[in-house]
Design a protein around this ligand. Structure first.
Ligand code: HEC
Ligand code: HEC
Length: 93
């Protein structure tokens, strides 16, 4: 008779607890990334017709009606981070 026993993994309570914790952690990480997503550029008349950075900054510059938040990047490529409106009229990026 073969004395070697094949190992069957039958998960016990602790295994389930462990898997549960992993699932919770992954869920939180996924939700966490989602929360940090940068706001898209609204797909409205104003935004689809603003085709230069200067145009954007008339409203989103420091003196504008809706300034970028303090400490915002000075980077020019708005659409690198803020999703370009679907109907944008400018040249493709
Ligand atoms: C005529 C003024 C004006 C211009 C020009 C303009 N915006 Fe806006 N923008 C606004 C206002 C007001 C809001 C907030 C209200 C809304 O959601 O429409 C806004 C909202 C946004 C938002 C969403 C964040 C938020 O505050 O809700 C982003 C991102 C944005 N604009 C980027 C841009 C970019 C990039 C350009 C140039 C392509 C641009 N805007 C041009 C006035 C402007
Ligand atoms: C490198 C990435 C990056 C680039 C490039 C960028 N932004 Fe942003 N922007 C962000 C992030 C991240 C936030 C959110 C900051 C915060 O909540 O403190 C933000 C926030 C904003 C907001 C305020 C949104 C709100 O919550 O009301 C406006 C308006 C905005 N950006 C406009 C612009 C414009 C206009 C340009 C181009 C000149 C631009 N951004 C380029 C990353 C970027």
């Amino acid at each position: 008779m073969d004395t070697r026993t094949r190992i069957h993994w039958s998960p016990n309570k602790r295994d389930f607890l462990f898997l549960g914790i992993i699932a919770v952690v992954i869920t939180l990480l996924v939700l966490g990334t989602k929360e940090r997503t940068t706001k898209p550029v609204p797909n409205d008349e104003v935004h689809i017709n603003s085709t230069t950075r200067a145009a954007c900054m008339t409203c989103h510059g420091e003196q504008g009606m809706r300034p970028q938040p303090p400490g915002h990047t000075k980077a020019d490529q708005c659409f690198q981070c803020h999703r370009q409106p679907d109907d944008w009229r400018g040249a493709s990026r």
